[in-house]
Design a protein around this ligand. Structure first.
Ligand SMILES: [Mn+2]
Length: 430
């Protein structure tokens, strides 16, 4: 029987931590009441907030230089599901995982669905992979996939995406996320216009295979691995593609996939306005697609993104039904610890954004009172919502201090025994 953190361990730890958190939560409630904000309402909303964990995120990541595997790493999708369930048990914020194919391929999809259900984990968007070659693959993606100049290679990439939809249907997923690495490294290497046309042609074939209640998420990225041009480089290209494909296509924003200094929250606002925001991949970055832990380097930027998301949620923006996922690489930490803290950081930014006094903000904006508008905005960001998040978790059956409970449980050491080292790769990104 695979080890799982017992509910009793969480309950015991919560009993010890509760008096202090109750005190802090009541103090915060009073502070917020003075500002006309309702701590109870925000707590209930935070409890409903959910962010998916990518199955590949529970394994140790790497850079293009090296990978430093940790003990007890998941050996396959069934182990990954256990780790995803553990994060949800601690945080109550990650009820679903986002699988990736062919990495998570198994012979029996019904078994995969049953195992996930038994662990209480659902399936969010399914991710396809045409950015690397698989063993025995007929044609290489070295020079592209959905936009490859060779029709047979494009057809192979389309087939793979259709297969992902088929897998997703068996798992109860409702969306396919498509990120392609297609692009060029040399000026002149690729016809920039034709590459986009070929992409649209391929995507139209994938779109035609979507069930009626499915969506396809287009994920753009300005650079890497192609460093001169990327076919789906930015939100404008992504929106053009979504419009060309139809109403089931929407644009996915990943925090690290933009040129330096791009105002990401404004990109989100534009896509909300267009009714085409598919969702958001949370991580953090200093330079590019760093895939640092969510909120670790620039929590204010994360808050600014959430401000737009909450504004859309409260304003009931047409078509606003975003899928949220953590998308980050854990190179030097225990991935479960990183994902646990990241889910909480996403909730933290969400809670702070809920606390923005939007009426007062709108009035200050209308009055051209620049600094007052900024102060109203900043006041919400500066609020320490830690006790509110802990209270939301406790009420949902999670841990007041998830990291402490995880470490006390000895989960990783137990998994190291249950999951002997499979001798996997130590090379970089694989
Ligand atoms: Mn992403």
């Amino acid at each position: 029987m695979a080890y799982a953190i017992p509910a009793s361990l969480i309950e015991e730890a919560n009993a010890a931590a509760r008096p202090a958190n109750d005190e802090d939560f009541h103090a915060l409630s009073r502070t917020l009441a003075r500002r006309g904000r309702d701590a109870e309402a925000a707590t209930a909303q935070v409890a409903r907030f959910a962010v998916a964990v990518p199955t590949w995120g529970v394994g140790t990541g790497g850079t293009r230089f090296a990978r430093f595997p940790g003990p007890g790493e998941p050996r396959g999708i069934f182990d990954k599901l256990e780790d995803c369930a553990t994060i949800h048990a601690l945080t109550r914020a990650t009820p679903t995982c986002s699988p990736h194919f062919p990495w998570d391929e198994v012979p029996d999809l019904a078994e995969l669905r049953q195992r996930a259900e038994a662990l209480g984990v659902g399936f969010d968007a399914v991710n396809s992979n045409t950015f690397q070659d698989q063993p025995g693959q007929a044609r290489s993606y070295k020079f592209g996939s959905l936009s490859h100049v060779d029709a047979a290679t494009r057809a192979q990439a389309v087939e793979h995406n259709l297969r992902c939809i088929e897998i997703g249907r068996a798992l109860g997923s409702k969306a396919l996320t498509v990120w392609i690495a297609d692009g060029s490294n040399f000026p002149g290497q690729s016809h920039l216009g034709r590459a986009f046309d070929l992409y649209l042609e391929s995507m139209a074939a994938i779109y035609a295979g979507l069930p009626a209640d499915w969506r396809v998420f287009i994920e753009h990225k300005v650079h890497e691995p192609a460093f001169y041009s990327t076919v789906i480089s930015d939100w404008g290209t992504s929106l053009m593609a979504a419009h060309a494909l139809g109403p089931k296509a929407a644009c996915l924003v990943d925090l690290g996939h933009h040129a330096p200094n791009v105002n990401v929250e404004q990109v989100v606002a534009r896509l909300v306005r267009a009714g085409r925001l598919a969702g958001f991949h949370f991580n953090d970055s200093n330079y590019g697609d760093d895939d640092l832990d969510t909120g670790s380097a620039n929590p204010f930027r994360l808050f600014r993104v959430f401000d737009v998301l909450v504004d859309a949620e409260l304003g009931k923006a047409p078509g606003f039904d975003p899928a949220y996922m953590l998308d980050q690489s854990h190179n030097v930490t225990d991935p479960i610890e990183s994902l646990t803290c990241s889910a909480i950081e996403a909730q933290r930014a969400y809670a702070r954004a809920l606390l923005v006094d939007r009426e007062a903000l709108a009035a200050a904006q209308e009055a051209d009172d620049v600094l007052l508008a900024h102060r109203i905005f900043k006041e919400a960001y500066e609020t320490d919502v830690t006790p509110l998040l802990a209270e939301a978790r406790r009420r949902a059956g999670g841990a007041i201090d998830p990291l402490a409970v995880y470490r006390r449980s000895g989960y990783r050491a137990r998994k190291a025994q249950e999951r002997p080292d499979a001798g996997g790769t130590r090379s970089g990104i694989v």
